[in-house]
Design a protein around this ligand. Structure first.
Ligand code: V0V
Length: 145
């Protein structure tokens, strides 16, 4: 079902400060950033320099609005790990397979994720307390930027 660990998402209050921290502390570099109005986030993807294209990335997620999922997460938990994203080749097929196992998906239909990807989420209560995202990249898995 899962072809790779696509990214791990971290909720942050200040995106620019978090990017600077990851760069200056761990040497990670930004590969992509965007605003996703529907999800209520300003986000950036980072990876270790020299990582092959397609390697697992870190996604920094800052809230755009006070009623967004990330704002609620920050209010409740403070900054920290918010999600684990699995890459799949066919998000509808993955959704059907997980529904058949009794897991709840958050959306009826896939929504738009980073860089034109198609995404859905498994409810954290059905995945061991982890918010699991399913992500079907827009093009090949070789280049999602
Ligand atoms: C909430 N809970 C979590 C959690 N958020 N558990 C693990 N990880 C998280 N991130 C727990 C919460 O503590 C409750 O446990 C329980 O789930 C249900 O909480 P709730 O109050 O009913 O629900 P909310 O309002 O906290 O919302 C949780 C969900 C929400 C997951 C439904 O965050 C959501 O819709 N997330 C999907 C969208 C999202 O995260 N967007 C931002 C990333 P107790 O207290 O009952 O035990 S956008 C993105 O990733 C993009 C664009 C991309 O990757 O491409």
């Amino acid at each position: 079902l899962v072809t790779a660990i696509d990214h791990v998402g971290i909720a942050v209050a200040d995106l620019d400060a978090a990017i600077a921290f990851q760069r200056d502390t761990f040497g990670l570099e930004v590969t992509h950033s965007e605003v996703n109005e529907e999800q209520g986030v300003r986000e950036a993807m980072l990876r270790a320099p020299g990582d092959l294209s397609g390697a697992t990335q870190i996604q920094l997620l800052a809230p755009l609005r006070t009623d967004s999922a990330i704002a609620k997460f920050l209010d409740r938990n403070g900054p920290g790990l918010q999600q684990l994203a699995f890459r799949v080749t066919d998000v509808e097929a993955a959704m059907a397979a997980l529904r058949a196992k009794g897991l709840r998906l958050l959306y009826e239909e896939p929504r738009r994720g980073t860089a034109g990807s198609r995404i859905n989420f498994v409810h954290p209560k059905d995945a061991g307390g982890v918010l699991v995202e399913l992500v079907e990249p827009a093009e090949s898995t070789e280049d999602q930027n």
